[in-house]
Design a protein around this ligand. Structure first.
Ligand code: PLP
Length: 389
């Protein structure tokens, strides 16, 4: 329920579409892009690329940061750099964006889907420990990829412990989690390597882009090498099969401008999330995503949970009628055709959550009036269903 006294929005103004999560380009983006053109640095090298890598390494407390064309490539390269390849299994949570599993496949390995906990919606360390004792399809697990769910860190210490560092590489997919904090440490600085995405829907965007953060110099060097066609020196000589997965200076320019406003954009997303949390706190048919005690998420993607799939569908239709860009969030990957033959260790949590999570508009440039419209829409929806989580 809204707590202010402003009138409910209606009429033509209210029918302007509200997008789910869009870039907030109110800083130096234009100026830095113009500088790229003036200085003739628009391709996959340039001063902004170096500055962006240095800045992200500092922000996450890492010795190295390697920029990439997107977050999926960052994950694929991090896995390859860590030695993951054909024949290997890589544990990933069953509830994540498809890119997590796809990157494992692009690295030549096979995803092994392990369930999440009901308390955090992130990878369950106890199940990971059990999965590590199995070898489905006669294969070996060589890496684990915990995922930060909608910007909320997983229990990294629990996972690192069962992986018995350094035998099993832990590469956390922090794609959308820049600015999140785990036990006082920044997301991006937690696993043996971590990755960010700077896609257009993220809290910090570069238009597109990704980053690998690690203290392992050998991994950073190899990731960079593989991202530049594994070319040696300035001649057309190569020592393995690489690819062109680099970030351009144009993208890094946007990313640098965005980082200057990180604190402001983070605070805005958190304020919006708090308003939505407050709006549903007394509801018995809507609940916010779990906030596990070990971390503070960055509220990148505000997501709530309905009591049933039918409720989620009706809530989405309710928002759609009001031109509000709400969207259904992740679904169990192992239940979907491309992944159905891959090994699993499941308890049913991901399956139960699937289809019941709905993301609400949460861009850092969302106006107060737009937030009010979202909250009014929540207030005017009574739900079809069964209460409870
Ligand atoms: C959890 C997760 N992993 C990986 C990615 C992939 O990032 P990109 O879209 O930059 O390739 C995303 C993007 O949304 C994501 O949410």
């Amino acid at each position: 329920m809204r707590t202010d006294n402003k009138p409910m929005e209606n009429g033509a103004a209210a029918m302007k579409s509200i997008p789910l999560s869009v870039p907030d380009l109110r800083g130096n983006e234009k100026e830095y892009l113009a500088r790229c053109v003036t200085d003739n640095w628009i391709s996959s090298a340039g001063p902004f690329v170096v500055e962006f890598e240095t800045k992200i390494a500092g922000l996450t407390g890492r010795r190295h940061a390697v920029s990439t064309v997107n977050g999926t490539a960052a994950l694929q390269l991090a896995l390859s750099a860590a030695g993951v390849g054909p024949g290997d299994l890589v544990i990933v949570p069953d509830w994540t964006f498809a890119a997590t599993a796809n990157a494992v496949v692009h690295a030549g390995a096979t995803p092994y889907f392990v369930d999440i906990t009901a308390e955090s919606y992130t990878l369950d360390p106890e199940l990971v420990a059990r999965a590590l004792k199995t070898s489905p399809q006669g294969r070996r697990v060589t890496a684990v990829v915990p995922v930060h769910a909608a910007g909320h860190p997983p229990d990294m210490d629990g996972i690192m412990e069962v992986c018995g560092k350094p035998e099993i590489a832990v590469i956390d997919d922090a794609a959308g989690a820049i600015g999140a904090v785990y036990k006082g440490r920044p997301a991006g600085g937690l696993g043996d390597a971590s990755i960010f995405s700077f896609n257009g829907n993220k809290l910090v965007t570069a238009g597109g882009g990704g980053m690998i953060m690690t203290d392992r110099e050998d991994w950073a060097r190899r990731a960079k090498h593989l991202s530049t066609q594994a070319r040696i020196g300035d001649e057309y000589e190569h020592d393995e099969i690489g690819a062109n997965l680099r970030m351009t200076n144009l993208n890094a320019a946007v990313g640098m401008a965005q980082l200057e406003r990180l604190d402001e954009m983070l605070a805005a997303r958190k304020r919006i999330a708090q308003r939505y949390d407050d709006a549903i706190v007394d509801r018995n048919n809507l609940s916010s995503m779990p906030h596990a005690p070990w971390a503070t998420g960055n509220s990148w993607m505000y997501t709530l949970q309905t009591a049933s799939e039918e409720d989620a569908r009706k809530l989405l239709a309710h928002f759609s009628e009001r031109k509000i860009g709400a969207r259904s969030f992740w679904r169990s990957l192992s239940a979907q055709a491309p992944y159905s033959a891959m090994p699993t260790l499941l308890t049913g949590v991901a399956a139960a959550v699937s289809g019941r999570t709905v993301s609400l508009p949460c861009s850092s440039n969302l106006t107060e009036e737009e937030q009010n419209r979202v909250i009014d829409a929540l207030d005017s929806w009574s739900g079809a269903g069964t209460p409870g989580r």
